[in-house]
Design a protein around this ligand. Structure first.
Ligand SMILES: [Zn+2]
Length: 382
């Protein structure tokens, strides 16, 4: 097991092996059956879960429940005893088994296993049940563990084959990725929405992203040869997820540049909140600092859903400044009635790029490509 499971903290973000793979939720209570995924995606989704490792929120304050007259709770020391499969759901206050969950569809209707895959185990007084779940050599659990190991071995050989991609494929991919980055850059600069109601190359009313890419392809043969209908079906680099990844890379590079600008010096933190168009309270976080040439600067770092971070920042007094106000007015331009379903992360990333335009303009395609390749395993390795 140790060979393939890289244990990570529960708050780490979900990374998947396939570029267009759906995000996998963190808490076991939110997981859907592997059989509910498209057959072509099941193995990759399973690998993503295994790569991420079981959900083990060690710092969580575990809920106490009265069982048989004694207060009992989940003991995080059990994570050390069963590091590779034991999971805890903060939503359900219950334990689960990662391996059995991933392969439970093969099990038919074994009610015993439902405790560890669907319902969750919470009899904190019955410690024996945890070791009994593992069972003998041929137990359902041990078979599931073996299936996990085999799947990861297959994955490694696939990855090995991918490493051997020839230079032509890599160059084409680089051109395609550059075209998607240039397209995103233009839309971010002009505060334009990325997507339309329909996203198909042949439809007339595409979103701005696809339309602009089509236009670029018309101007440059070298781009035209490798994008849209000339790109491999599984490597279009135009899906909403890819668009979000690229924008996220831009935003991360902007924040990195700002942190370099502060250069380990002191800074003030300014926060203020305002409701967006969907009446969600958003809080803007701004750094104020003196730059190397002695000029006082304010830089917008992020917008965050108030409830999440309020506790952490409770001691910081809210201050309204020009930068904070600018951020909120931009938020109202970006997140309009027509785009009120925009996700928090994407909204945050767009805002950072819009508000810190001068920094945004210094971000090179190369640094975005590097970050884009690093944040998850891509099909083509540059
Ligand atoms: Zn199990």
């Amino acid at each position: 097991m140790k060979k393939f499971l890289k244990r990570k903290e529960a708050h780490s973000s979900s990374h998947s092996d396939l570029d267009d793979l759906p995000d996998i939720p963190l808490d076991p209570a939110d997981w859907k059956k592997i059989s509910k995924y498209h057959p072509n995606q099941r193995n990759e989704v399973t690998r993503s879960y295994l790569n991420r490792g079981p959900c083990q929120p060690r710092g969580h304050i575990f809920k106490q429940t009265m069982i048989g007259g004694v207060l009992r709770r989940f003991n995080p020391a059990w994570f050390d005893k069963y590091p590779n499969w034991l999971e805890y759901s903060m939503k359900k206050d219950a334990a689960f088994c990662l391996c059995c969950y991933l392969f439970k569809d093969d099990a038919g209707k074994i009610a015993k296993n439902n405790v560890w895959t669907t319902d969750g185990f919470s009899s904190w007084n019955k410690l024996k049940d945890i070791s009994e779940h593992v069972g003998g050599v041929n137990s359902f659990h041990n078979n599931a563990v073996m299936k996990c190991e085999n799947l990861m071995k297959q994955g490694q050989s696939i990855k090995h084959a991918l490493h051997k991609q020839d230079d032509v494929t890599k160059n084409e991919y680089r051109t395609r990725l550059n075209a998607s980055i240039d397209t995103s850059r233009f839309l971010l600069q002009k505060w334009l929405p990325f997507r339309g109601h329909e996203e198909k190359e042949e439809t007339a009313n595409n979103g701005n992203f696809v339309e602009l890419l089509k236009y670029t392809a018309k101007q440059k043969e070298v781009v035209s040869n490798v994008v849209l209908k000339n790109a491999p079906g599984n490597n279009q680099m135009t899906s909403p997820k890819i668009q979000k990844d690229i924008v996220h890379c831009f935003a991360e590079e902007v924040v990195k540049t700002i942190i370099e600008e502060i250069d380990h010096d002191v800074f003030g933190l300014l926060v203020d909140k305002s409701a967006d168009v969907s009446y969600k309270e958003q809080m803007a976080v701004v750094f104020r600092f003196v730059d190397k040439s002695g000029i006082v600067k304010e830089r917008f770092i992020s917008i965050t859903h108030v409830i999440y971070r309020l506790l952490k920042l409770i001691l910081i007094l809210p201050v309204a400044t020009a930068t904070v106000e600018r951020c909120f007015s931009v938020m109202k331009i970006v997140k309009t009635d027509g785009r009120n379903r925009m996700g928090d992360q994407f909204l945050n990333d767009c805002l950072v790029c819009f508000v810190e335009k001068d920094v945004f303009q210094t971000i090179t395609n190369e640094s975005v490509i590097k970050r884009f390749q690093d944040i998850k395993d891509r099909k083509i390795i540059l």
